[in-house]
Design a protein around this ligand. Sequence first.
Ligand SMILES: [Zn+2]
Length: 598
Amino acid sequence: MSQQYPTYTVSPDLPAWVRKGHTQYQNYHAGPSEVAKLVLTQFSLVGHTIEDLLSTGGAFAGDITPSTVWDRTNKYSDEFLDEMKAHGKTLIQVNWSCGFSVDAEEVQRDILTEFARKAHDRDMRICAYLSITNIFWKEAFEKEPFLKEWLAVYSDGSPHLYGNSKGRYLACVNRQEWINYLKAKVRMAIEGGLDHIYFDNVFADCACSLCHEGFADFTDGLVGTRHDLPVIAPRETRGIYSEPDDEAERAISEAEAYSREYLHKQYMAHRLTEALKDIRDYAFTLKSPLPFSANNHLYPFINDICNVLYSQDTRLPGPDWNNVDLLRYLAADSDGWKTVVTNHPVDDADPRFSMAEAMAFQSYPYGITHMPYNLFYRDHPELFTDVEPVAKLGVVMEWPRRRPNYLDPLAYGNLMYEAIVLQKWTKEQLSKYSAILLPDLEAVSDELVAALKEFAANGGDVIATGTSTLYDGFARPRERPLDRIETDVTPESRLGDEAVQRLRRATDPQPIEVEGPRWVIANLVGKSDGSTHLVHVINYAAAPAGPVTVRVNVPDRTFEQATLFSPDPDAEQQDIELTDGVSFSLSEVDVYSIVKLS
Ligand SMILES: [Zn+2]
């Protein structure tokens, strides 16, 4: 008899300044700690010569000069706050603790305590970034030699490095002493007047004796077997949910090894969640309500203890690539109330695509300053708050970046869907949909398979692709998986025509029908109070698209008024013509248009 995975919650308590649609994050890591971190990281990378490091650029490598050092060191200033304020930013994330000793970080804390005071004078808030695992060992071991006992280690006993940097070791999150040590740093942040806690570097596979015991206990509780830890060896910046891309390597020749690997990922996510929860509960005793978040990389459990969701897993979108699957996943995982922030490097690209995409799918892109878009977001909270998806299709998702492009055809085909988070499905939720897709979802619990059979028996369509349901919830082979189509799925695959056609048939008429170029994606949402519907339209191509014609099919609903909003240059808010109370046409979409239907 199998047990269940643990579950976690957080109370829905957030200060008004960080509620969904009312906050604009900006990250800026600076100050002396950040400069020391960047130099140490860059110049201790395994396998690089000094010539490589000086020529490859990157943060604080080839570009290092007296003025870049000065600017980065002194960035936490009045001028910076004024600049962010002018962009409508309400919250700035700063480097509070990245793994130096408590003593060494004092200079940084002094700067940030002053910075927080200045921010509060401008009605802005400061979020403290802390690393949950990182140690800059050379400095830290001198001041705090006890840290040597708390390291995460590979199976050969050597220290687990952060991102192949020999200057950075990781700590084991199973060491209670380490967690208590971090609590002291959190307490200092709250006493220093910082408003929000955020943890990064949420990974550290470890093969110490505690982790061996802990994993055996965990698997014993779930499947009745005390599993040995898999071998933990250096890999380039390996996260706990990384997966070999090579199909042959991934193929399951040995069932037990596969199940053990899967359970180990669950174990790591569970342990990181327990560690974060312990720190969170302590922080809540010091200040409440307190926004608390972690860079979760979409592992299970971790989002469930946070009241703000924070992901660095989106990527620069374009005509052939979008982040809609991930944003829909995060929207579902936000339980309807948690603020969601996402980010990816934009470099020299037009930031409007990243901004528009995140905003259209109820996230906020925290790293971007683009004055018209920032101010538009600030001035129109009604377009981004208190909305619900309109979808007849549910897609069960565990970890959206496992098959990065797989669901793109749904987005480019403007099939509205809602993510069903694998660990959080309920029968009530399943019953909302006409069809449910399992997109190459290998490990699915017996309970969910039974519920899907019941859903199908009641007239719903269940479409399973790839390796879906070949394994149970603990990744053990299932004797009778569900019928599957398009079984040859690889990491580069996209959902095929057969699946898309079947999904379309099962959910016709579509909630929204869009006529326009293939790279125009719409998202239909309804205000929670039922008063209005909103159609967010993004043109992912560099040139304006048009005309774009949209028909909205909401049962028993026609509209009297359509109003167009856009943050793009020269766009004016205006009423546009409605046909039959359900259709409208946009002569041109530059990057982002929103139509409010009431
Ligand atoms: Zn350990």
